[in-house]
Write a protein that binds this ligand. Sequence first.
Ligand code: BT5
Length: 253
Amino acid sequence: MYADDDARDRLGTTLIGARMVHHEQVDSTNLEALRLAGQQAPVGTVVTARTQTAGRGRLGRGWFDAPGRCLLLSALLEPLAGGAGLLTAAGALAVASAVRSLGAQAAIKWPNDVLIGGRKVAGVLAEGPREGLFALGIGVNVNGRPADLPGELRDSATFLSHELGREVDLRALQAEVLRGLDDAVARLLAGEGASLVEEIAGYDCLAGRRVRARAGERELTGEALGWADDGRLVVRDDGGRRVRLDAGEVTLI
Ligand code: BT5
């Protein structure tokens, strides 16, 4: 493990990178970031890892990586008035715009997936709070092939290099994602959530499509209308009612 205080100067960020802590191997960068929050780590602390032994997805699911060839990072952030939903949105937007700037057609699938050609290249997970801070975790499959992940993911996951047909500089991508995150979080803190959501609409792969979703105990089918300003998904169900979803699973029909 090594720490780098004030990487902000090199990154040119205002918040993200107040401290950078890198691990060769850790259980989960989210868990480690929350442990550091318990030790009074500053807002903007970023934990990165070469590999995770217990990477976390939502709802108790796991996140896998190809060691040394994926981006695995978590940033400690203050909660926003709107809750964790918009933090997740900030992470997804930072990844999607970095991926697009490399030349791949990135799409965001509400609430936390970044896809290329319908396959998942990245996931985002906000967890917390601990000492008032959330860990915003980002995992991106960078240099590899779907076969580098467990068998059950081979049809649903992809890697950036696999889509681009060339290797990607992991460090440069990390800096780009952190700068994008810094910008998105700054906008959220400035009360500009609506403009962030508008930008996400340019990547949204659900709007206008028929979806099946779960709202609490209820299963519904309808048309996804897009992201609301608070980060929830607006769906017009088959009965014509507008429903706002704040968590859960949405599948394209
Ligand atoms: C996510 O959850 O997509 C959130 C993933 C967040 C990962 C980052 S890595 C750094 C930080 N530290 C952590 O411990 N976590 C964060 P969810 O939407 O629940 O998707 C999880 C599902 O994605 C799994 O059940 C698998 O089906 C699939 N999956 C797992 N690893 C994958 C990978 N590398 N690429 C694509 N899909 C994957």
